[in-house]
Design a binder for this molecule. Structure first.
Ligand code: MG
Length: 373
């Protein structure tokens, strides 16, 4: 592909797909990956899955789907500025949360607890499982049969034990290697997107105040600048203009710092990037600290807000009771799941139940819980 930097992921040098396929006629291979992700059922279900606010709490809050689109927007901007592979980064960003349970982190933690004796549940690993195994759409292979680099980007972190079971895709966690630059960017684009949209959603929900946020360097500098330039601007537009500047500031810093890191390390191929002693994609120290401070602030004041915690309790009950019900009687599962479960031992059955529960949307989980109890 022309216009790509030498250290970008290039499909001509890809480690390829798990099942060999003829080349696409009118698309690049990473575009094809992105298109398969968009056509997957797991992707469509993201629209009814919680990011921070449960889906029915209001129409304007982010869902997993709109979050994923914003991650992709940030990722593509950075990729284009650094002459990296934009379709690849888009594919990784759109797929990064496919394995999330209903009800966000509350759901994931509870399902992990239910699965404690059977290897646990981890949403990031589940995203890879969705694209490798669970999507059942193609005649010739399970999953979406994505390119190695797309799968590498989806698997952001992984325990040593899981890495050993995963084969080639887990190898870098054992060898302490980096993933390609596109994967590194997708990972940070996720954090940039949620830090900023959660400020927006948190203010809208009345759980965060501008007064509180003015202690945060990233918010304060944008906010003061907007107030100086537009002293009479109404509240809502003032917030949008502030967040717009916050995103701009961290994205510019990420591009410039990463560009300097690349110049210093002078990688000549994606394998040089993989072998580098540390990740080449990073913020400057100053912006990194501000970014982390904002993340901690959101953890304390938004994600742990008492209104959120009430929702968390309800979500945990639903997930646990669904898991227990299906585990006790796998015939309650839809046929394609119960047929598989019938031939499995206890850990195998638990994994099938976890796959089914994890795939649910918020509203389906609520309805199913009501129906069964
Ligand atoms: Mg995410």
């Amino acid at each position: 592909m022309s216009g790509l930097a030498a250290y970008a992921a290039d499909e001509a040098q890809s480690r390829g797909r798990r099942y060999e396929e003829p080349a696409a006629t009118y698309r690049g291979e990473y575009q094809r990956d992105r298109d398969r992700i968009i056509h997957s059922t797991a992707f469509r279900r993201l629209v009814y899955k919680t990011q921070v606010f449960v889906n029915h709490e209001g129409d304007l809050y982010r869902t997993r789907l709109t979050h994923s689109l914003e991650v992709s927007q940030v990722g593509r901007s950075v990729a284009a500025a650094l002459s990296l592979n934009e379709p690849l980064i888009e594919a990784i960003c759109l797929a990064h949360d496919l394995g999330h349970t209903p009800f966000g982190h509350a759901g994931q933690d509870e399902l992990n607890d239910c699965m404690r004796e059977f290897g646990g549940f981890e949403h990031n690993l589940q995203s890879l499982r969705v694209v490798d195994e669970l999507e059942a759409k193609y005649a010739e292979f399970p999953g979406l049969n994505l390119m190695f680099e797309t799968r590498e980007g989806i698997l952001k972190h992984c325990s040593k034990a899981n890495a050993r079971e995963l084969g080639d895709i887990g190898q870098r966690f054992l060898n302490r290697e980096q993933p390609g630059l596109e994967a590194q960017i997708a990972n940070i684009a996720d954090a940039i997107a949620y830090n900023n949209h959660d400020v927006d959603d948190g203010i809208r929900a009345g759980l965060l105040s501008v007064e509180q946020l003015r202690d945060q360097a990233l918010f304060a500098s944008g906010y003061e600048e907007v107030r100086r330039r537009y002293p009479d601007l109404e509240d809502r537009r003032l917030i949008y203009e502030t967040i717009r500047r916050m995103i701009g500031a961290v994205v510019s810093d990420l591009i410039e710092t990463t560009r300097a890191n690349i110049e210093a390390a002078a990688p000549r191929s994606i394998d040089d990037v993989r072998m580098a002693s540390k990740a080449l994609v990073s913020f400057s120290d100053e912006v990194y600290e501000q970014h982390i401070a904002l993340k901690r602030f959101l953890q304390k004041h938004l994600y742990s807000h008492e209104k959120k915690l009430k929702m968390t309790k309800r979500a945990q009950t639903i997930i646990r009771e669904l898991f227990e019900l299906y585990s006790a009687d796998v015939k309650l599962l839809p046929d394609e799941f119960s047929d598989h479960a019938a031939n499995e031992d206890e850990p195998g059955r638990a994994r099938i139940v976890a796959d089914y529960v994890a795939g649910m949307t918020d509203r389906y989980a609520i309805a199913e819980h009501e129906r069964l109890l």
